[in-house]
Design a protein around this ligand. Structure first.
Ligand code: ZN
Length: 189
């Protein structure tokens, strides 16, 4: 009988520890986010990224945590006029980077390039995909979802369970609950 109580108590402590960890895993936001919010995002895929277009479209449909209320609406257009997220491709066989994001204001001026974090709100983001990895399995899900997280305003987090961990190896392929919740924190309803 005493033994049983110990296990019940241990179970509770473990459960508390796990839920605390989940709460601590929300990725931080950048100092700038999409100025027009996430309710009507227009996105465009340039011919240079057409090889991963299907994966980008899939990331759009699956960005939020499964079953979670989702404030994001993304609309695909076939031109980049007034678009908020553009996808372009480049090829670099000597780099381990699968993609990175650049941020611009509404006058096409760069706020930050080369994957650096934006320090103020941005009108649109350009995701640059390394087409050298277009057949890598992570390009099917994790890479487009991770880069889209940046384009939505999320920074990296040193937590292997997050889509926003900087390394693809062993990380989740789907968007985690905490990253989803962070978007709601940032943009509200
Ligand atoms: Zn990243």
């Amino acid at each position: 009988m005493k033994k049983k109580i110990f296990y019940v108590l241990f179970g509770l402590v473990l459960l508390l520890a796990l839920s605390t960890k989940v709460d601590a895993a929300k990725p931080p936001r950048f100092s700038g986010v999409l100025s027009q919010g996430v309710r009507n995002i227009k996105y465009y895929i340039a011919p240079s990224a057409s090889g991963v277009a299907g994966y980008i479209d899939n990331a759009k449909h699956n960005w939020m945590y499964t079953g979670w209320a989702n404030p994001i609406y993304m609309y695909k257009q076939n031109h980049n006029w007034l678009s908020n997220i553009d996808a372009h491709g480049y090829t670099s066989s000597g780099s381990k980077t699968g993609g990175y994001v650049e941020f611009y204001d509404n006058n096409d001026r760069a706020i930050s390039t080369g994957g650096r974090a934006p320090n103020r709100n941005y009108y649109y983001a350009i995701i640059r995909f390394n087409m050298h990895y277009k057949n890598n399995s992570y390009m099917r899900d994790r890479i487009p979802r991770h880069e889209m997280g940046h384009a939505l305003g999320l920074a990296h987090i040193n937590d292997k369970t997050s889509i926003m961990h900087p390394s693809v190896e062993g990380g989740p392929r789907s968007v985690d609950r905490d990253a989803s919740n962070k978007i709601t924190d940032i943009y509200g309803w």
